[in-house]
Design a binder for this molecule. Structure first.
Ligand SMILES: C[S@@+](CC[C@H](N)C(=O)[O-])C[C@H]1O[C@@H](n2cnc3c(N)ncnc32)[C@H](O)[C@@H]1O
Length: 309
């Protein structure tokens, strides 16, 4: 929403900022924190500002639409990684947590959890191969007095970590590269590693959700951030940018192969295995976990399952 200002000796100066929030000031002695009559007069003036700017009822946008436009423009969009961190890690991992992460890679997520009492990271690759300590920080290495353990594993047994020990489990971008039989073995063994009531977040691949996400690019409104950006760019760009960008995105959409669960794990799929949201939740329930949410909804393309030990 464009910012605008009204001026009059009788009326307050009213502005509507980029986020669409109206504000008013008297420009004189009446505003700001005074009690009694001045305070009430100011409130009435504010209401007149609202009436003028919010005719029809102010509407910011649809909170249920993951790509909803809003008056925040390009500032209204956030990385799915940050959303995942906010939803799945930040509320749960404290300095008292004992955390297990499977498949940390270089440690993108691990680095957000080094403040935990203990963080155990298990990967089939060595820490050297992953450049783990360089990224996460050598000072966090348990062998140097920190609280982070890195363990290179060669099976799904979890035999290298203590039983009944963890109150938080997290794995992102890993089980989509492990066949369902391996996921089953890992989840079976995880059960006795978690404390009762432990919180767990598991991202898996679901070909149907993946296909739906690509097929509904329009509804997801993936073009909106770019259109918003284009509106603010130089006039000569403004004309072509959205069109060019959207053309490229359409081509990408058409080039992107849809995935067939029957060809699960096909190297053409990038060794990306269809666990399936429903099938994985069914497995988790059968193992005695409580599924809290089949998909917390932070990634339009892939489910992140929230369950409890
Ligand atoms: C695509 S990377 C994701 C890394 C990290 N989680 C991230 O999101 O940035 C997958 C990681 O899982 C590890 N991995 C694959 N199979 C594994 C297994 N069976 N057990 C533990 N780690 C495994 C790989 O070595 C790799 O580091």
């Amino acid at each position: 929403m464009a910012a605008h200002t009204t001026h009059s000796s009788q009326t307050p100066q009213a502005t509507t900022n980029d986020a669409g929030h109206a504000s008013a000031s008297t420009g004189g002695g009446g505003g700001g924190g005074g009690g009694g009559k001045a305070h009430h007069d100011k409130a009435k003036q504010d209401v007149r500002v609202f009436e003028k700017h919010w005719a029809g009822g102010y509407y910011e946008g649809d909170p249920m639409d993951p790509m909803a436009s809003s008056t925040y423009g390009v500032l209204g969009y956030m990385s799915v990684l940050h959303a995942t961190y906010l939803r799945c890690i930040r509320p749960y991992v404290t300095k008292n947590s004992t955390v297990l992460e499977i498949g940390p890679g270089r440690g993108a997520w691990s680095r957000t959890m080094t403040h935990a009492k203990e963080l155990w990271c298990l990967d089939v690759m060595s820490a050297e191969h992953n450049g783990f300590w360089e990224y996460v920080g050598k000072q966090h290495d348990r062998q140097r007095g920190g609280s982070t353990h890195y363990v290179q594993v060669s099976d799904f047994s979890l035999s290298s970590v203590p039983d009944g020990h963890f109150d938080f489990f997290f794995s992102f971008g890993v089980f989509c590269h492990i066949p369902f039989a391996g996921l089953t073995e890992y989840m079976t063994n995880l059960r006795r590693k978690l404390k009762p009531g432990a919180e767990a977040f598991l991202m898996v691949a679901d070909y149907d959700q993946y296909n739906r996400a690509w097929d509904s690019l329009d509804q997801l409104g993936a073009q909106r951030p770019v259109l918003e950006m284009a509106k603010k760019s130089r006039p000569k760009w403004r004309r072509f940018m959205p069109e060019l960008w959207w053309k490229g995105e359409r081509e990408r959409q058409n080039r992107t192969p849809r995935k067939d669960p029957k060809n699960d794990g096909d190297p053409a799929h990038g060794v990306w295995y269809h666990a399936g949201k429903g099938r994985t939740c069914e497995l988790l329930r059968s193992l005695g976990y409580t599924v809290m949410d089949e998909d917390v909804g932070v990634l339009p393309r892939d489910p992140v399952i929230w369950f409890r030990g």
